[in-house]
Design a protein. Sequence first.
Length: 254
Amino acid sequence: MERITQTVKHLIIINAIFFFVVQYNLIPSLNLNEITPIYFFENPEFRWWQFISHMFMHGDLKHLFFNMYALWAFGSPLEHIWGRNKFLFFYLSCGIGAALIHSGVNYYYFQQGLQALAEANVSSEMVKEVLLERNLHRIYQLREFIPSSTFDDMMSAYFTPAVGASGAIYGILAAFAMMFPDAKLMLFFIPYPIKAKYFIPIIVGLDLFSGVTGFSVFGGNIAHFAHVGGALMGFFMMWYWRKKSFDQNRWDRR
């Protein structure tokens, strides 16, 4: 296993600090649970910095552990080759890209709900007014006009925030598979080693399947499209760097 590199170590420490500060409410005057997750951009809780801050928040200890383990196991070899600046740029870019894809999918579900309600003669202005009031009785009255699945997707998109470094981690996984395609991996539910060039696409494909069908292979409360978005961002960045020889004589070398 690759020895942990400096930037990876610092990212793990920062994530751990954020987690325990939130868990034990160590800064009561600053409610990180409200200002750091990423919300849907039409939700009044949305702030621009959430595209970055959500990467340093985690829902529980298991969420934190698995993300930080993956960051160490797959991120350290990449930082060892790329250096600090390029690795950090890649990591943050994948996290932001994941958040953008996640937000785009939420926008689709929200607009789908608005359109269905409009067809039932419920105006978008009225819907947004009801959502801003957060009156549960009035919100659930909207369910009478549209299919339950459309309503659930719309409400989840609007109200449910996302946290975690998983999008950035999926970008790291994609880069690892491209840099070390023949590395043997044996993780979680797969009992025998599989080459990274097959293993990582399988994991991303399962997330895509879960996101599209709603049947979650990895459990509930997972932003599957954020995972897919992070992997896509990582793939396209790697493709671009290889094509343009980005890593030669640039600012991001040590």
